[in-house]
Design a protein around this ligand. Structure first.
Ligand code: ASP
Length: 401
């Protein structure tokens, strides 16, 4: 059996054991949290340099002509699939009406602070302005923007210097990917610990069931929506990229890691590694996946739409078609603006609520189960990025990488 398959089964086993132990042993499992932190920190350590090197390397490999086409297909795919996700969420939440009759929160939560609305999303592209600060804080959008510009500038360098740059970044990328391979061996234990500790912290079986009881229908609506969108993406994978479900297995290590870490950014090193192993053109993958991990979040978009309408239903606020169209647009933008870190969607959801004048206190209704839903939506986010890389590859690849 190839090493990747053994690792996939080991990671699956780790996740299953983590679920079982967290569920059955509850708070006793919090003691293993440090093992998860160790694994997560190893991943976080490598993200910023990997993203910078991968994007530059991808651009140098693509060249200016293919770069434009790749960017065009990627953005088209992101916009279309995020739109489909929000629409799925809106249809489901209007049909199921999970918010009807839900008791309103009695305490005002310490709600996350608004981040400057829609304008704030654009400002994030260059914030913080100092690249070193962005690298240090794992703020990927400015890192990607800078690497994109630097990569484009390098395309203008001619002769020997250009060859040196290409070799340098190809070599650096290969070395960083080896490091990713080493970190992957930590994944079975790391993911076990992350899941067991978090499920334990939530109080195990009794605690989680109590959390779900109050807003079970909301949780169910989000999970159905995410499952539908996962299936839609899989169908798109077949239609647009000519790939079958084997690709899910190929991306399995990244998908389980997404569930374990609740972070698309932390998962990115594995997403990159799995996609290339699954035969996605290295140049497209290196360029498209970092972009997707920060900007393309279908699961988050779907959840934001459902959550906003759910809050309106709980407060008995009627949302007309115009309000729902505004939610469609702002949920899409809020998902683009959300960083690929745990529960970032909860913060950018303020933009959606404010855009249609819904009470921000409503967020209190969602807080208790958000850590759990976050894991499912992050998995869908990473699946969306993985399918995107395959689609872009299929539609831009002309020669072997
Ligand atoms: N945790 C999600 C991610 O990293 C973002 C979110 O929806 O909160 O993709």
């Amino acid at each position: 059996m190839p090493a990747q398959h053994i690792l996939l089964w080991a990671i699956l086993l780790g996740a299953a054991l983590g679920l079982g132990c967290g569920w059955l042993l509850g708070p006793d499992m919090v003691g293993v949290a440090w093992l998860g932190t160790l694994f997560l920190n190893a991943l976080k350590m490598i993200i910023a340099p990997l993203v910078a090197v991968a994007v530059i390397n991808g651009i140098l490999g693509l060249g200016s002509e293919r770069l434009g086409r790749t960017l065009g297909v990627a953005v088209g795919y992101y916009a279309a699939t995020t739109g489909i996700a929000v629409l799925t969420g809106l249809v489901l939440v209007n049909l199921i009406e999970p918010g009807a009759g839900v008791p309103l929160p009695t305490v005002t939560p310490t709600a996350p602070q608004p981040q400057g609305g829609v304008v704030g999303i654009f400002l994030q592209l260059v914030s913080p302005p100092a690249l070193v600060e962005a690298l240090a804080g794992n703020r990927l959008l400015p890192v990607i923007l800078f690497s994109l510009l630097l990569g484009c500038a390098m395309l203008g360098v001619q002769g020997d210097a250009r060859k040196t740059l290409e070799d340098l970044f190809a070599g650096l990328n290969a070395a960083l990917m080896r490091l990713v391979g080493w970190i992957m061996y930590l994944a079975p234990v790391g993911i076990f610990a992350l899941i067991a500790a978090r499920f334990g912290e939530a109080g195990g079986k009794a605690g989680i069931l109590a959390e779900l009881e109050a807003i079970g229908l909301y949780t169910g609506t989000v999970l159905i929506g995410l499952a539908v969108h996962f299936a839609v993406l899989t169908a798109l994978l077949y239609v647009l990229a000519g790939r079958g479900p084997g690709y899910i297995l190929g991306m399995g290590r990244a998908l389980i890691t997404a569930f374990g870490t609740a972070s698309s950014s932390a998962t990115l090193p594995f997403t990159l590694s799995c996609a290339v192993e699954a035969g996605v053109d290295r140049r497209a993958a290196r360029f498209v996946l970092p972009l997707g991990a920060t900007m393309n979040m279908d699961g988050t978009a779907l959840y934001e739409a459902i959550a906003a309408v759910f809050i309106a239903q709980a407060y008995g606020i009627e949302l007309g078609i115009v309000a729902q169209v505004i939610i469609f647009i702002t949920a899409t933008l809020a998902a683009i603006g959300a960083a690929g870190v745990p529960q970032a969607g909860l913060v950018t959801m303020l933009i959606v609520l404010e855009s249609v004048g819904l009470p921000i206190e409503g967020i209190a209704l969602l807080l208790s189960v958000d850590w759990l839903l976050d894991r499912f939506r992050t998995t869908v986010n990473v699946w969306g990025d993985s399918v995107g890389a395959a689609v872009v590859d299929r539609h831009t690849s002309a020669e072997p990488s």
